[in-house]
Design a protein around this ligand. Structure first.
Ligand code: ATP
Ligand code: MG
Length: 569
């Protein structure tokens, strides 16, 4: 194991969360020879979601904080649901979040031989037996927390018979579900998990790594603690639902560990978010039934979906830092996550102009062929970011919503006779709204004040409204995908009587086909680029976007749009 250098000599670092406190105290007490080794143990049966990100930030974060290491362990003990596609996706997502496990990538399946040996040893010591009952029968005998369970009629088999049956289970002689190996502990224990828990079951589906070598597979409770032990894990940090499993974790680990080294389980609260679901089973169902476009659909709470939508790793990590780690279950508002995303994108995204619902404006007193180049700040929050150029000419597009024929009192945008500033360019006045036979407005005729460009005498002339715009001749067409919350219900998990699919938000995706973007956007529409379309929101090119057909995802709408533009214009 790698040399570690953890300094617990000086003062205790400030602001530790309760898990970090525990870890710190163990290190200070010199437990496990002063080593710190955590692990993140995903089952490769689906893509990672934002809840997993919380666990990743804890497992890798605490190791980083105290100079320890964190293993990536694929908990691949159920071949029926697992797939290498998920293994690859999990690796990508952890790296994207900014964490690395070096060469410490492990698989629970690597420990199948050692786990099998331990099972054989426990059988020989009279601590495990083969039960021929079905899982239903076994469940019926479990009893309740206030009532002791019933002992299986197979509980007192001889060691020889148990050994023989277990070997034959693994040789494939028996059908799935016909027999299990159980730990012989205590059917009257007040902890239900101690009532002769199942250690092994028969599964005949080939495993994605071990093929058909094994016909028996260990249960979570028999695999997890021992895997921690085999790997040298010192702190096995997991979520609160494992609290009742902890005594069993310790029971099995004690069969292996001694004073010098023993892994320890610590639990924190899960991440639950409003307007979404966090169950991998449900997310898989959405994918399989085509209710979303895939695991990385930008509406999904998956890390890959959030990446595609334009969320940044930093925003996710900031959000997790904000909500923190406690010992109590809670439901976190998705608005907090969105706030963190806005906050990060506001600092880092490139400002540019795009019009989602274009209305043509003809500036009648501007020369036909003239093109002027105006400059735009790339990011007022970042002095290093520089400027870019934008063409201005006689015909431009503005947002249809920015014009009203009969505006209410405080409408500071365009209306007949009203003046506005075109951001970074001239002040224009609306002279006429041109209509078609049906009375729909087809274009506006405006005139400009030629003295109002930056640097000119009339540049400081004040008007109330500032609009974004693009040059009609130079603009590039784009498709824009607008996302909203995936579910229409705040907490779908709290409505067990309803099919969760009926609670999906029917308007979670709206596609705008005829948006117009300034040339700078088209030229810089590389994967991963983050734009703020001024006054509209934060956008990023979708994976489907090409040079010939630009497609943007709206990451998130702007808040307080109007105030912001006023301030920055
Ligand atoms: P399941 O076990 O039902 O397939 P799972 O979400 O627990 O689903 P795992 O792959 O076992 O998936 O999870 C890996 C790790 O991520 C576990 O340590 C688990 O505790 C943690 N984790 C899973 N969901 C959350 C969540 N919502 N919040 C915090 N941690 C989570
Ligand atoms: Mg799990």
């Amino acid at each position: 194991m790698a040399e570690q250098n953890i300094n617990t000599e000086g003062e205790e670092p400030k602001g530790l969360n309760f898990v970090e406190e525990e870890v710190y105290n163990d290190l200070k007490a010199g437990k496990n020879g002063g080593r710190l080794n955590t692990r993140f143990p995903p089952e490769p049966n689906g893509y990672l979601h934002i809840g997993h990100a919380k666990a990743i930030c804890m497992d890798f974060g605490v190791a980083e904080k105290f100079g320890g290491t964190c293993n990536l362990r694929f908990d691949d003990t159920n071949p029926v649901k697992e797939d290498v596609e998920y293994v690859d996706a999990i690796r990508d997502d952890i790296h994207w979040l900014g964490f690395d496990w070096g060469n410490r990538e492990y698989y629970a399946s690597d420990y199948f031989p050692q786990l099998f040996d331990l099972a054989v040893r426990l059988i020989k010591e009279g601590k495990a037996y083969v039960d021929d009952q079905t899982s239903e029968q076994i469940a019926q005998q479990k009893g309740s927390p206030t009532q002791p369970g019933t002992e299986s009629p197979f509980r007192n088999r001889s060691v020889e018979e148990n050994l023989d049956l277990f070997m034959r289970m693994n040789a494939g002689e028996f059908d799935e579900g016909s027999r299990v190996l159980r730990a012989k502990i205590d059917m009257a224990s007040s902890n239900m998990h101690f009532r002769d828990p199942i250690m092994y079951r028969i599964i005949k589906t080939p495993h994605h790594r071990t093929g058909t070598k094994w016909k028996v597979y260990p249960m979570y409770d028999f695999a997890h603690g021992q895997s921690d032990y085999f790997e040298g894990v010192t702190h096995s940090i997991c979520t609160l639902e494992f609290v009742p499993h902890r005594p069993l974790y310790e029971y099995f680990v004690k069969e292996l560990a001694d004073e010098s080294y023993c892994p320890r389980q610590i639990e924190f609260n899960r991440l639950n978010l409003t307007y979404t679901v966090m169950s991998k089973r449900k997310l898989l169902q959405l994918v399989k039934e085509g209710l979303v476009a895939g695991w990385d659909d930008p509406r999904m709470p998956t890390i890959s979906g959030m990446r595609r939508r334009g969320y940044t790793p930093q925003s996710i990590r900031n959000f997790i830092e904000t909500i923190g780690y406690t010992k109590y279950e809670a439901l976190n508002s998705i608005s907090l996550l969105e706030h963190a995303v806005r906050d990060d994108l506001n600092r880092t995204s490139t400002r540019a102009m795009a019009v989602l619902n274009p209305l043509k404006v003809v500036i009648t007193n501007y020369p036909e062929d003239k093109v002027e180049i105006v400059t735009m700040e790339n990011n007022p929050e970042d002095p290093e970011s520089g400027v870019h150029e934008m063409p201005f000419c006689r015909e431009i597009y503005i947002e249809r919503d920015d014009f009203m024929e009969n505006p209410p009192k405080k409408f500071f945008r365009l209306a007949p006779g009203a003046e506005v500033r075109l951001k970074g360019a001239y002040i224009i006045k609306c002279d006429e709204a041109v209509k078609d036979a049906q009375g729909n407005i087809t274009e506006l005729h405006c005139s400009y004040d030629p003295e109002t460009l930056s640097g000119m005498p009339g540049a400081s002339r004040k008007v109330k409204g500032t609009l974004h715009w693009v040059s009609a001749r130079h603009a590039v067409d784009a498709t824009v995908r607008l996302y909203d919350r995936l579910f229409a219900v705040e907490n779908p998990a709290a409505e067990p009587d309803r099919d969760f699919r009926d609670m999906l938000n029917p308007d979670s995706l709206r596609v705008v086909e005829n948006a117009k973007v300034e040339p700078f956007i088209a030229e810089n529409a590389k994967q991963g680029t983050k734009f703020q379309f001024q006054r509209v929101g934060y956008f990023t090119p979708d994976y489907d976007s090409t040079a010939d057909k630009l497609i943007f995802n709206r990451t998130i709408a702007l808040k307080d749009t109007w105030e912001k533009v006023q301030k920055n214009s």
